[in-house]
Ligand binder design. Structure first.
Ligand code: HEM
Ligand SMILES: CC(C)=CCC/C(C)=C/CC/C(C)=C/COP(=O)(O)OP(=O)(O)O
Length: 318
């Protein structure tokens, strides 16, 4: 029995309805697993930025970015509840499962968005807060409401939303944008298509059932495989670039090159996947590796930064 059925059984139709959602359901609205990696990239941006931020302010900044990212996930789930109810991967989410009412999710997402942006602005700086607001808007409105259901390039353009968080973290320290923060953006921006189209390949039926024009459904499997390989090569190149601008050391560059080769290797695996392969094992492997790749790149940027900082401290290298 869904929440709506419950309300109707209780004769509450037409009155203010509230579900009996638990904290766990509200937490699920924040898309915590996806957002944990998003927040990690924002943290890396904050650490790598030149300058200094007080650790307490740094912690507030990361909390605001985490809450803002989660809020955008709640707004996405509010708008997409109709298609989430049909897709096997998403049918058990709190709104389609009837544990949270759409209006509750909307109110939750809007409230958290406003608070996260306002607190970031008041405590840290308004440029970073504006960029956080723009990122929430980009994911919830530009991607979710506009692009997702209208073009197979939805995630190429919409992927910018997922790429902004390191720039937000960076802006928390510097109050602005720089070539290096744009480079961090580019790594995620170019990574997103291979990350998502790998999943879209083995979830083609789901997307077909709801009529969302994901690339494999619109352009076909061979064209998607080619696009994945292209973006994997571009991602591998962008991943090495921080070593070329001086943001990171040549050791990072070598590590990123190996990881990038791994990403290209898995994308070639998808390219060579026979079209009749129902299980699409190669696509599942690429999806899994995409997560390892992005986490490892940002971890390497952080480790490299701390090692180089330590080594260049007076007496630190001895
Ligand atoms: C518009 C860009 C993106 C799209 C369309 C996309 C799409 C997806 C989808 C559909 C899933 C499966 C989610 C689920 O079943 O819960 C997923 C999983 C995931 N994505 Fe993305 N993603 C995007 C960007 C990102 C970014 C920027 C990050 C991190 C920086 C990220 C990190 C993850 C993680 C960690 C998972 C695994 C979650 C789990 O294990 O449940 N994604 N992505
Ligand atoms: C700071 C801030 C606001 C960060 C936002 C980061 C961001 C845009 C992450 C993208 C996350 C994601 C799972 C997108 C897929 O949406 P979907 O609707 O295609 O996937 P679904 O079908 O799983 O809902």
């Amino acid at each position: 029995m869904t929440v709506v059925d419950n309300c109707e059984a209780l004769g509450m139709e037409g009155e203010l309805r509230l579900s009996e959602a638990g904290a766990r359901d509200y937490f699920a609205l924040l898309k915590p697993r996806v957002m944990s990696l998003v927040v990690f990239t924002a943290f890396a941006g904050l650490v790598l930025a030149p300058g200094h931020i007080h650790p307490v302010l740094g912690a507030i900044a990361i909390l605001c970015i985490a809450v803002g990212a989660g809020a955008s996930g709640a707004l996405n789930m509010w708008y997409d509840a109709d298609i989430d109810a049909v897709m096997s991967r998403t049918a058990r989410r709190p709104i389609p499962a009837g544990r949270i009412l759409p209006t509750e999710a909307l109110a939750f997402g809007l409230t958290l968005s406003v608070f996260s942006v306002a607190i970031l602005g008041l405590a840290v700086n308004w440029f970073a807060a504006g960029l956080l607001a723009f990122t929430i808007f980009f994911y919830a409105v530009v991607y979710t409401m506009w692009l997702k259901r209208s073009t197979p390039q939805n995630i190429v353009i919409g992927g910018a939303a997922g790429a902004f968080p390191p720039m937000v973290g960076w802006a928390c320290v510097t109050g602005g944008v720089s070539l290096d923060s744009i480079l961090l953006f580019l790594v995620i921006f170019l990574w997103t298509p291979a990350h998502f189209w790998a999943l879209a390949l083995f979830k083609m039926r789901d997307y077909g059932a709801v009529g969302v024009p994901m690339l494999p459904n619109v352009a076909g499997i061979p064209a998607t495989k080619r696009q994945i390989a292209l973006y994997a090569v571009l991602t591998a190149a962008a991943g090495v670039a921080p070593a070329l601008t001086g943001l990171s050391s040549p050791f990072y560059g070598a590590f990123a090159a190996v990881l990038g080769l791994g990403f290209v290797y898995y994308s070639v695996g998808v390219w060579r996947m026979p079209e009749g392969d129902e299980k699409m094992v190669a696509a599942k492997k690429l999806f899994g590796f995409s997560l390892v790749y992005l986490f490892a790149i940002f971890l390497a940027l952080l480790v490299d930064h701390y090692v180089v900082t330590f080594a260049t401290l007076p007496g630190g290298a001895h």
